[in-house]
Design a protein around this ligand. Structure first.
Ligand code: MTE
Length: 301
């Protein structure tokens, strides 16, 4: 684990995370000064905001196209061919487009974005992604008035992805967002991590990342972005509708039938380090809670 100083990297983001953590413990705005946080919670806040190592981020993965155990994607994806690569933006738009990976890299500047990934299985990482807001890419097309949702589709290539030869999921991997969620500045097109090109096992050449939702919403190796009228059925909703809802916002108050969502294990920490409390919207509530005003988040899980 590389320990970062708060002053070093995107201090405002880390400060915000720390703030939401303080809030979740029930401290008022007046006790925001770090010195007033009791020692135990101070160390939890530190654990929560520490960057996960490059090794852990790139060897502990979920990518079922390359196998179902955590080490499979690293082992099986090294020869996956990510060039040439084209993404189609289509569906309920005035004029569909196809855009190559080269054009994407030339047109949009990727910046470092440090976000927490909270997996529905109950673990988390802090990842220094490289990327840009999806809204920028989406502004290349004009949606029709029918467009309400966006469906993301990962690549289908059973020749190269041997996991797709088994019906673990209904391939290709699909996910979806409401258009306002997709247009939110935190919703990121990821092109790299730790200042390097995105490793294959993390979704090269391009994946989506939505910081306030469980990790499975963030589809890897995207080839299609489709504007649609009806709420898309994601691969996980299709596999188990009782366990996976469309929204999948990180919510410590709504448990998955098999896993409590109240706490999480921080990947890379020693086994005796206690689990930390999971934060509503993964700690990004200040930015995104307004997307769900008036919604019963137990019903729309
Ligand atoms: N995308 C595709 N195409 N296939 C997958 O199996 N797994 C998801 C998500 N995106 C998955 C995917 C899950 S369950 C998680 S937790 C994250 O990717 C993991 O991202 P990481 O391996 O970069 O940490």
């Amino acid at each position: 684990m590389k320990k970062i100083k708060y002053s070093e990297i995107t201090p405002e983001k880390i400060y915000k995370n720390r703030r939401s953590f303080v809030k979740s413990l029930g401290y008022g705005a007046s006790s925001l000064a770090l010195a007033t946080i009791p020692f135990a919670s101070q160390s939890q806040a530190d654990d929560r905001n520490e960057l996960t190592s490059f090794k852990d981020i790139t060897t502990y993965n979920n990518y079922y196209e390359f196998g179902t155990s955590k080490s499979d994607p690293y082992v099986n994806s090294q020869n996956f061919k990510t060039s040439p690569w084209t993404i189609s933006i289509e569906g309920e738009v005035e004029k569909p487009i196809k855009i190559s990976m080269e054009e994407i890299t030339e047109t949009f500047t990727s910046e470092e974005r440090i976000y927490r990934l909270r997996c529905v299985e109950g673990w988390s990482m802090v990842i220094p992604w490289m990327g840009f807001s999806l809204s920028k890419l989406l502004s290349k097309v004009n949606p029709t008035s029918k467009a309400k949702y966006i469906e993301f589709e990962s690549v289908y290539d059973p020749e190269q992805m041997k996991g797709q030869r088994y019906p673990v999921l209904n391939w290709p991997y699909k996910e979806g967002l409401r258009i306002d969620e997709a247009m939110h500045p935190l919703t990121t097109v990821v092109t790299g991590l730790y200042g390097k090109k995105l490793p294959n096992q993390n979704g090269a050449p391009l994946r989506i990342f939505i910081p306030w939702k469980y990790g499975f919403k963030s589809a890897k190796a995207i080839v299609k972005i489709k504007f649609v009228e009806k709420m898309p059925t994601s691969s996980w909703m299709w596999a188990s509708p009782r366990e996976y809802g469309f929204y999948s916002n990180v919510n410590p108050n709504v448990d998955h039938p098999r896993w409590s969502q109240a706490t999480e294990r921080i990947i890379g920490k020693d086994i005796w380090v206690p689990r930390v409390k999971t934060l509503m919207f993964n700690g990004y509530g200040d930015e995104v809670a307004n997307l769900y005003t008036g919604m019963d988040l137990k019903k729309y899980f």
